[in-house]
Design a protein around this ligand. Structure first.
Ligand code: CA
Length: 230
């Protein structure tokens, strides 16, 4: 059973979504706006949030941003439902969500997105294991990194940064989000510190060409590209 919180102000859309997901093993909690969403989250911890972008009162984006700031809700994956098609808006939305889906969408597409996001979020919780991308491996238990079979020496911050990236491949993170996730929320570090460590990480990975996986996303932040040429 997957518990899903649906935050959407338009009742017909909620009904359509419930109908689309009826044959799946979902328990659907409903909220018509951000404040109902917060109330629902006080009582339940859903496995995933389907969040409408355009809500009355607090927008879906601001709601997502609030959830990301709170340790209790930060780990819950979010899929944004958006009617807007502008690329800039999507980038803005993706900083705080795991995926987005543009209305109108087919039930089949929605299910595929939900499954992909759930798969990603459960695999990223597996902190004890070995993460691999191409011939780059990070072993958090042994605290080692290897590239094409060779040991890669790096500082503790670069190690944590790389581990975070490899746990969350192909997602864009702002400097603020990287600070929260890699340095911790209660540490006061300036955002440009992130750039310094990104540079060091790239330099460390350069002999094997994996510096190209650590990509700058203009005006947003950084992303780890799991496939080197993507
Ligand atoms: Ca709406």
């Amino acid at each position: 059973m997957i518990r899903l919180l649906l935050v959407e102000d338009e009742e017909p859309v909620r009904e359509m979504l419930k109908f689309a997901l009826a044959d799946e093993d979902f328990e659907i909690l409903e909220a018509a706006d951000a404040s109902e969403g917060f109330t629902a989250l006080k009582n339940e911890r859903p496995d995933l949030i389907l969040l409408d972008w355009m809500l009355p009162g607090m927008s879906g984006i601001d709601f997502a941003r609030r959830l990301r700031r709170d340790a209790a809700s930060r780990g819950i994956p979010i899929i944004l439902l958006t009617a807007r098609a502008e690329e800039n808006d999507k980038v803005q939305g993706l900083q705080n969500a795991d995926d987005y889906i543009t209305k109108p969408f087919s039930p089949r597409e929605l299910k595929a997105r939900i499954q992909a996001v759930l798969r990603r979020s459960t695999s990223s919780e597996d902190d004890g294991g070995v993460l691999q991308s191409d011939a780059l491996c990070i072993d958090s238990a042994a605290h080692t990194v290897t590239a094409q079979g060779e040991m890669v020496a790096m500082g503790p911050t670069e190690f944590r940064l790389l581990h975070f990236f490899m746990s969350h491949p192909d997602r864009v993170y702002s400097r603020e989000q990287l600070l929260d996730n890699v340095w911790g929320r209660n540490v006061y570090v300036e955002e440009r510190t992130v750039d310094v460590h990104i540079r060091r990480l790239r330099k460390t990975l350069e002999p094997w060409g994996y510096d190209r996986c650590v990509q700058t996303v203009r005006a947003v932040g950084y992303r780890f590209a799991a496939r080197m040429h993507s």
